[in-house]
Design a protein around this ligand. Structure first.
Ligand SMILES: N[C@@H](CCC(=O)N[C@@H](CS)C(=O)NCC(=O)O)C(=O)O
Length: 212
């Protein structure tokens, strides 16, 4: 395999970037991290805006071409570097794995994003307690559905970690940071523990990557 030149526009605590870091590690791809400091709002200003018009991380540059949106990036990596695969080959199993990943990426994560929290606070004057309840609500709704849908396999994607696991682990990291109780999700917590014990997940952890 030819190793491409990869630059990942990254923020240590971004769960969307964390997904991509895990995927790169699973695929054994070396990359250069380009930190974008979200707390300093670098994502919303030039020069990063020109890189990603949404003003969100992650963005990846591979051999000079850019891709945005974590799931599009992971899909690209999985197609270009197929081993090990991040989604099952069987169409039904693949759809089930995609559905679990999309619960995180489309339904849990967006209302809890930094820009959403800022809008709630600054434009709608929602206080700390209100924002904590907002987080608990969206996290709880999505995680309860995932717990009910989680298969009886070691990982959400089956016998090996895959796309839904890459989405789950950063989301549970976020849940713990926000003191969201996880007692009602024993299957998810067990899968998370299995994943985080793997080197590819451990090396992508925010504490290992470090603050900018
Ligand atoms: N759907 C996007 C979400 C990207 C996203 O929301 N990134 C967050 C960090 S996890 C971000 O850049 N937030 C900056 C902000 O809200 O201003 C993806 O999967 O890449």
């Amino acid at each position: 395999m030819t190793q491409p030149t990869i630059r990942l526009y990254d923020y240590w605590r971004s769960s969307a970037a964390y997904r991509v870091r895990i995927a790169l590690n699973i695929k054994g791809l070396a990359y250069t991290s380009v930190p974008v400091n979200l707390l300093a709002s670098e994502q919303s200003a030039e020069p990063y805006r020109a890189t990603n018009p949404q003003g969100l991380v992650p963005t990846i540059e591979i051999d000079g071409r850019r891709i945005v949106q974590s799931l599009a990036i992971i899909d690209y990596l999985d197609r270009r570097f197929p081993a090990p695969p991040l989604l099952p080959a069987d169409p039904f199993a693949r759809a089930d794995a995609m559905a679990l990943a999309l619960i995180v990426a489309c339904d849990i994560h967006p209302p809890l994003n930094l820009r959403m929290g800022r809008r709630l606070k600054q434009d709608l004057s929602v206080d700390d307690d209100g924002r904590a309840r907002w987080t608990e609500h969206w996290m709880g709704e999505g995680l309860a559905a995932m717990e009910a849908m989680a298969p009886d396999t070691p990982y959400l994607a089956g016998e090996a970690p895959g796309l839904p696991d890459l989405c789950l682990v950063p989301q549970l990291y976020n849940a713990r940071r926000n003191a969201v109780a996880l007692d009602s999700y024993p299957k998810l917590v067990a899968i998370d523990a299995r994943c985080t014990a793997l080197a590819s997940f451990a090396a992508a952890h925010p504490d290992r990557v470090g603050a900018p």
